[in-house]
Every structure is written in structure tokens, then in C-alpha cells.
Write a protein that binds this ligand. Structure first.
Ligand code: KIV
Length: 290
């Protein structure tokens, strides 16, 4: 029997309590191995629908199906043990009515084991957020640059850099908070507005391209690791995994071609053959000192 106490996952109320406190740390995660590595350092892992672009090469998040979110969501829950896991509702799975949103969000919760879902939209989604939260589904909002609306916006456009846009965005933030969301992602928003919203609403704001004024930060893992070919200005690269992968694969290709891989240490022998002739020779030279 293990004497180690089971690790307790971060809960939705734990995140809510972090308003105006120590900044909330979060990253996206799409698969079990990376979830396991980053889990100890983050408060929540977001299985973002950005996985459609990052993992599957779509040009936007619009084509992502619900079943794909469920597959990746369950992998991240299995790979992690302490962070809250939040799964994105993909485009078309929640906008039509609060009832349809509940049907799909409850599938996500049951089939992945995640602790909360995220959906995009402000005032237009307030009724749905209330419907879900009153029925046991914790909701993280997402306002500002909402990538699922890329076709309405005509591209991924920063929001709130003109004061004329502020009123609508502030209304969105308040609507999401009043509707019962436990926190809200603010994406691609000018610093002054992000700071104003953060001061005005009662739930923690999670910034991505929305300045250090927010209550927490999120980045797409592959962007900050230097794996994505193009990244927006707000991303800081904390690693250069793209070059590291290329170097490793180059060495592998060279060694396959020169037959230096697989080596003795990577090769299975017949039981009757062991120790291998090479090892026997090494043993002999060690004994004789040659
Ligand atoms: O899909 C995603 O990864 C997101 C984050 C960028 C917040 O929504």
C-alpha cells in the first residue's frame, strides 16, 4: 500500500478565490505526456480548441468537432493530477440554445473527467452561462478576440485599441461575470482596457495578449516552447523546441543512413547469444588491460 497521500486537484472555487491575489498560472495542453510534465507548475490546464490549428493544421478553430475535444480532454485529465482541467466547447456545440449547450457540455464533463468548460462570447452567451452553472457545469468565459468568430472579425484582430470599442467589451465582461462564470479569458485586448475590466469585475481575468494587469496568464504551450512556426507579438518564447527537434531528427537520419543506429545497446539478441560478442570483447580487453 502506498503511504503517499493522493494529490488534490485545484478546484473551481480555488481559482475564484485568487481574484486580486497571487497571479493564476495556466497553459494549454492537448496530450497526456505534456500535461504530465507541466502539471506541477500550473493552476489550470486548458484543453483549448486551438488544438485544431496546432495539432491538426486547420487554419482556424472553426472546424474542430466536439469528439476531438473529448479525446484530447480525456488524455489531458489522464496525464495530469493536480491542475484543474478546463476543456473548450468548440464552435457550433453551444451557441444554438442553453439546452444544446448543456447536452454537449455535460458530455464533455462526463467523458473527459474535466473540472470545467470554457466558451466564447459575452452578452450573447450570458443566458447559456447561467443555465449551465445552475445545473452544475462550471464555466470559464472568453471575451475580446474570440477566435471562433474569425469569419465575422475578418481575421484575428486585437480588440479595444480604440476607446469607441470599450463600452461593448466592458459590457461583455460584466455579463459573463454576472451570469455566473468563475473566471474569464481576455484575449488580444489593449492593456488599459484589460486593467479597467479586471478592476471592475468580481471574477479573475486570465490574460492572453491582454497585459500583466490581469489576475492570471495563459499561453499556448507550443507557442511559448518555440514549436509554432508563427506566433503573435504577445508570446514570449521560453524555449526553442522547434530547433531541438530538428537537430535530434537530423542526427537520427544520419545514424540510420550510416547504420550506427540501432547500436548494440538498442538491439535484442537471442538468449543463447548473450553476452554479445562485442560485450565479450570489451570484457576481455578490460581484464587484460588492453
Ligand atoms: O483555444 C485556446 O487555446 C484558447 C486560449 C488561447 C485561451 O482559447
Amino acid at each position: 500500500m502506498s503511504s503517499q497521500a493522493p494529490v488534490k486537484r485545484v478546484t473551481v472555487p480555488d481559482i475564484s478565490k485568487r481574484k486580486n491575489k497571487e497571479p493564476i498560472v495556466s497553459l494549454t495542453a492537448y496530450h497526456a505526456h505534456t500535461a504530465r510534465i507541466i502539471d506541477p507548475y500550473v493552476d489550470f490546464l486548458l484543453v483549448g480548441d486551438s488544438l485544431g490549428m496546432v495539432m491538426h493544421g486547420f487554419e482556424s478553430t472553426v472546424p474542430v468537432p466536439l469528439d476531438l475535444m473529448i479525446m484530447h480532454g480525456s488524455a489531458v485529465v489522464r496525464g495530469s493530477q493536480q491542475a484543474l482541467v478546463v476543456v473548450d466547447m468548440p464552435f457550433g456545440s453551444y451557441e444554438e440554445s442553453p439546452q444544446i449547450a448543456f447536452r454537449n457540455a455535460s458530455r464533455v464533463m462526463k467523458e473527459t473527467g474535466c473540472g470545467a468548460i470554457k466558451l466564447e462570447g459575452g452578452t450573447s452567451m450570458a443566458e447559456t452561462i447561467t443555465y449551465l452553472t445552475e445545473r452544475g457545469i462550471p464555466v470559464m468565459g472568453h471575451i475580446g478576440l474570440t477566435p471562433q468568430s474569425v469569419n465575422m472579425m475578418g481575421g484575428f484582430k486585437t480588440q479595444g485599441r480604440d476607446k469607441s470599442e470599450w463600452a461593448a467589451l466592458e459590457k461583455d465582461a460584466k455579463a459573463v461575470s454576472d451570469a455566473g462564470a468563475f473566471s474569464v479569458v481576455i484575449e488580444g485586448v489593449a492593456e488599459l482596457l484589460a486593467a479597467r475590466i479586471t478592476k471592475k469585475i468580481e471574477i479573475p481575468t486570465i490574460g492572453i495578449g491582454a497585459s500583466a494587469a490581469c489576475d492570471g496568464q495563459i499561453l499556448v504551450l507550443e507557442d511559448m516552447l518555440g514549436l509554432s512556426p508563427i506566433v503573435p507579438k504577445f508570446v514570449k518564447k521560453y524555449g526553442n523546441l522547434g530547433s531541438a527537434i530538428e537537430e535530434a531528427v537530423k542526427s537520427y537520419a544520419e545514424e540510420v543512413k550510416s547504420r550506427t543506429f540501432p547500436g548494440e545497446e538498442n538491439t535484442y539478441k537471442m538468449r543463447s547469444e548473450s553476452p554479445s560478442p562485442a560485450k565479450r570483447a570489451t570484457k576481455k580487453s578490460k581484464i587484460s588491460g588492453t
